[in-house]
Design a binder for this molecule. Structure first.
Ligand SMILES: O=C(O)CCC(=O)C(=O)O
Ligand SMILES: [Fe+2]
Length: 460
């Protein structure tokens, strides 16, 4: 018998770590709760607002700015055509991404890292045993602005990786800058208002293998989350998979050839004083075809002040958030356990909790022992992957948080109950966000598992 591969070894370790325990389960996150398998409306074509970026360069600019503002406010996302990224660069990027994920696993595993601050890291699929969900996305995440500062740390195989990825990243950066200018203007702010705090750009190459059936309940490509960004620019190949919440419905955002999709992220929600809401989205997997998407996350500099823009605050629109720095937000994201749709709540004006009070497994303070990286973060834990017609829940938690205007919530149900049911405590609609925080009573195994789930959910 051949020796186990690195992934199989890591998987064995993962399974031993993540056996569900009976300890107190203080963390409830309906957004990543078990999805429903039916009863979800998906949209008809035509529900994706499409912006022609060329319009921003012409005499009708203000009209296009208005369209962008409307799409951010009403939908939280829009597609952009004529963005100026040459088709060849897009195809090269998608091909290179596929080539990378078709490399032997040893080659890919060179990039695994437990450090959320590392320049580059590989994250693979995992099983959330508590909820009996398999999350199939594998992703290579890396910093890329300016390209020259980072590309030496990117893969040298496939041999064209650095060149092709560098070309795409440099082009997509121009779109980000142009979009942030238009978005600033759409809020009535100076054109460079958001650009002035813009710092990096981080890419996640997402690879969703084609799935087969297994006995697990549900497979997600990536679970419901918001992105911790100003905006995210997503390029999809031709395989559908992206779904977003819109008007209380999950809708498919099917690929439009050569168009990118722009999402509102958490930082823009804060800056805009909640006028633009961070987009809840997820990705499904496909039975027959693998899928690739390229997410470009643009984020502010560490010391950037991210409160609501002063111009957007008045008696009718009091500040919903305090001023905080991106560094504080980013650290709290790893420090505090809560769903991605709740993490901004810790910075709400009325919230007197300091995220710095929570222990931080990812950034230990001096004297706090460094947690060993859960191998499961990097392992593809299952030889099989599931595919069921995946749909997900409407997010009652987001409704409770006042984030999204859901007139009703859908029931949570499964075609069959999870094999290891674990009931979270009931969440009252008026519960303070702090009821979702981690508890020191949480067992180590839960800690690791939730940490892992959160990393995955954050689109990080
Ligand atoms: O692949 C997709 O369509 C979504 C990916 C995503 O949400 C992310 O990388 O944050
Ligand atoms: Fe995302």
């Amino acid at each position: 018998m051949s020796p186990p591969t690195m992934l199989q070894q890591a998987d064995a370790h993962h399974l031993s770590l993540s056996e569900p325990k009976n300890g107190p389960f203080t963390y409830t996150d309906p957004l990543s709760e078990v999805p429903t398998l039916s009863g979800v409306d998906t949209s008809v074509d035509g529900s994706t607002p499409i912006i022609d970026m060329e319009g921003l360069l012409g005499p009708q600019r203000s009209e296009f700015v208005k369209q962008i503002g409307h799409a951010c406010e009403k939908n939280g996302f829009f597609a952009v055509k004529n963005h100026g990224i040459p088709e060849m660069k897009i195809n090269n990027m998608l091909d290179t991404a596929r080539d990378f994920f078709h490399l032997p696993e040893e080659e890919r595993l060179k990039f695994r890292s437990s450090d959320p601050n590392s320049i580059i890291r590989l994250v693979t699929g995992f099983q959330d045993k508590t909820r009996n969900i398999f999350v199939s996305r594998q992703s290579l995440k890396f910093h890329c602005h300016p390209v020259e500062d980072f590309k030496n740390q990117w893969p040298s195989t496939p041999p064209s990786f650095r060149e092709k990825v560098g070309e795409y990243c440099a082009s997509v950066r121009k779109v980000e800058v142009a979009m942030l200018e238009a978005i600033s203007e759409s809020l009535g702010l100076e054109r460079d208002f958001i650009g002035k705090i813009l710092k990096g750009h981080y890419v996640s190459i997402n690879f969703y293998p084609a799935c087969q059936e297994s006995e697990l309940n549900v497979t997600f490509g990536v679970r419901t989350h918001t992105d911790p960004t100003l905006i995210t620019i997503l390029m999809q190949d031709d395989v559908p998979g992206l779904q977003v919440i819109n008007d209380d419905k999950w809708i498919d955002v099917n690929p439009i050839p050569n168009a990118v999709v722009v999402h509102v992220g958490d930082m823009l929600q804060a800056l805009s004083n909640c006028r633009y809401k961070s987009l809840l989205h997820q990705a499904t997997v496909n039975c027959e075809k693998e899928r690739v998407s390229i997410a470009s996350f643009c984020y502010p500099s560490d010391d950037a002040e991210i409160g609501p823009a002063k111009k957007l605050i008045d008696d009718d629109h009091p500040a919903i958030y305090k001023d905080f720095t991106y560094k504080e937000f980013h650290e709290s994201m790893w420090r505090v356990k809560c769903s991605t749709a709740k993490r901004l709540d810790l910075f709400k004006a009325e919230c007197d909790y300091s995220p710095a009070q929570a222990p931080n497994p990812a950034f230990p303070s001096p004297g706090q022992p460094q947690r060993k990286a859960p191998l499961s973060l990097f392992a593809t834990p299952l030889p099989v992957s599931t595919i069921l017609p995946l749909q997900s829940i409407a997010p009652p938690l987001a409704k409770a948080a006042g984030l999204f205007p859901f007139p009703h919530t859908r029931p949570l149900h499964l075609s069959q109950p999870p094999s290891t049911p674990q009931s979270p405590p009931p969440t009252s609609p008026n519960a303070s966000p702090l009821t979702l925080l981690s508890s020191p009573l949480l067992t180590a195994a839960h800690h690791i598992e939730d940490e892992e789930i959160r990393r995955e959910a954050e689109g990080q």
